[in-house]
Design a protein around this ligand. Structure first.
Ligand code: 5AD
Ligand code: SF4
Length: 449
């Protein structure tokens, strides 16, 4: 009998990847994918714990599902996955009796078994052990189930977890220690994706450039993946400044399949704050790194993450962050108010910054970053960029693709060109996108390899 699953995903790309893999492991049990909880026999909330209100959001969504389940006489299975599941564990099933399953990011390959356990025992199941190696072995992907609109691009998790313990961050506790998958396993998965029409891979990891397996590094893995005929573009995220090795920097200049885009979070422009955050690098080291990356690939678009209002951050230290942003000149960046995460060292400090100050700082930082992003987008006008067409746009005849710099580009082109690389002349800048005009087809993604 066919059943249906709805997966709601919060948070990072890693969760997007995990949600797709959950759908994969459920497919052999007869689960088809549906787009709303109302249509689903099984609802999975794949949660994120990185910032504020994550837990409350999960409970309020679960309240909605509880009502839905009650309206169906209990005929529905509710599961909480991801980092809130990992962090909260049994607390969830205590607070929400309607929840059937709780599991963390490391255990979802065992979903069929957990569902069966729930059915056999009639008791809620909480499974939050760490066993990353087993997870990837249990996830050989026979069938790729990326969301269809993005099927010419795919996420591929190559590394998980973090050993860095930045004092604000919950990831080392929810995702566990650093773990790198074996290159052969990754290459096999990439080949399957290429066979199914994927042209662009984004390699994912919480510390993706810390990837190492035997003698393999991220740079050597990228070289290997570049040999796969159908794959024309490779990206990776998120990187840590401490792990930006020489071979990886070099690859940005030498490998035409490696896109000129790098997300390299610094978090703060103050050395004192960086130290208190336990980042393990100074602003000077970061700036020198950027110089070297730009020397290797002058066209590279740099982005970052910032936290404002870390405990003890002074006005002067915040000014230093603004100065660093001016010095680097980003193509875009994410910025957040510091949010105390339970169990992290910074959360217990008694010099927390008032919310009003955090708000003011965030507004100022975002104004600066938005201006830089706008200038970067504007600088693309008049250029001809290679665009990988991914999906139809909202308007008739419009397609949406991505530039090498990960910008959305809107062009008028026939639908048959989805999955193709085209040359597009950029005419104007929209809100968070570029508009371009079709010029010609680009053979081979623009590379001769
Ligand atoms: N408060 C605010 N932002 C945070 N981030 C991680 N933890 C916190 C926190 N406690 C941000 C960092 C990180 C991004 C993924 O989320 O900037 O790079
Ligand atoms: Fe969190 Fe720092 Fe690890 Fe990034 S490097 S996941 S911010 S602890």
């Amino acid at each position: 009998m066919s059943k249906s699953v709805f997966v709601k995903t919060y948070g990072c790309q890693m969760n997007v990847y995990d949600s797709a893999r959950m759908q994969d492991v459920l497919a052999p049990l007869g689960y088809g994918i549906v787009e709303t909880a109302e249509e689903a026999d099984l609802v999975i909330l794949n949660t994120c714990h990185i910032r504020e209100k994550a837990v409350e959001k999960v409970y309020s969504e679960l309240g909605r599902y509880r009502d839905l389940k009650a309206a169906r006489g209990g005929n529905m299975t509710i599961a909480v996955a991801g980092c809130v599941g990992q962090a909260e564990g049994e607390e969830i099933t205590r607070r929400m009796k309607s929840v059937d399953l709780v599991f963390g990011p490391q255990t979802y390959h065992r979903l069929p078994e957990l569902l069966k356990q729930r059915e056999d025992t009639g008791l809620a199941v909480v499974e939050i052990e760490f066993a990353v190696d087993d997870k990837f072995k249990g996830l050989a992907r026979e069938q790729v189930r990326q969301p269809s609109s993005r099927s010419v691009t795919a996420f591929l998790t190559i590394q998980e977890g973090c050993d860095k313990f930045c004092t604000f961050c919950v990831v080392p506790y929810t995702r566990g220690a650093e773990f790198s998958r074996a290159p052969a396993q990754i290459v096999e998965e990439a080949r399957k994706l290429a066979d199914q029409g994927v042209r662009e891979l984004t390699l994912l990891g919480q510390n993706v450039n810390a990837y190492h397996s035997g003698s393999a590094t991220l740079a050597s893995l990228i070289t290997e993946l570049s040999q796969i005929g159908g794959i024309h573009r490779i990206r990776y995220m998120t990187s840590h400044p401490r792990d930006m090795s020489d071979d990886l920097i070099e690859a940005h200049g030498a490998n035409p399949k490696l896109m000129p885009y790098l997300h390299l979070p610094i978090q703060s422009g103050s050395d004192r704050v960086l130290k208190a955050m336990n980042r393990g690098h100074t602003t000077d080291q970061y700036l020198k790194l950027i110089d070297r990356i730009r020397a290797a690939q002058p066209r590279i678009a740099m982005t970052s993450d910032f936290i404002v209002g870390f405990p003890g951050e002074t006005d002067q230290e915040f000014e230093e962050t603004l100065q660093l942003v001016r010095d680097v000149n980003y193509a875009g960046a994410y910025s957040f108010k510091y949010s105390p995460r339970p169990g992290t060292p910074a959360a217990t400090r008694d010099d927390q910054i008032p919310e009003t100050v955090k708000n003011e700082r965030l507004v100022r930082l975002q104004a600066l970053l938005t201006g830089q992003q706008a200038a970067f987008y504007q600088s693309c006008v008049g250029q001809t960029l290679t665009v990988l067409l991914e999906k139809s746009g909202r308007q008739k005849g419009q397609l949406i693709g991505r530039s090498p710099y990960l910008q959305s580009v809107h062009v008028e082109a026939p639908e048959s060109l989805i999955g193709s690389f085209i040359e597009a002349q950029i005419l104007s800048v929209g809100p968070n996108s570029l508009s371009g005009q079709y010029v010609s087809l680009t053979p081979n993604g623009g590379h001769l390899i």
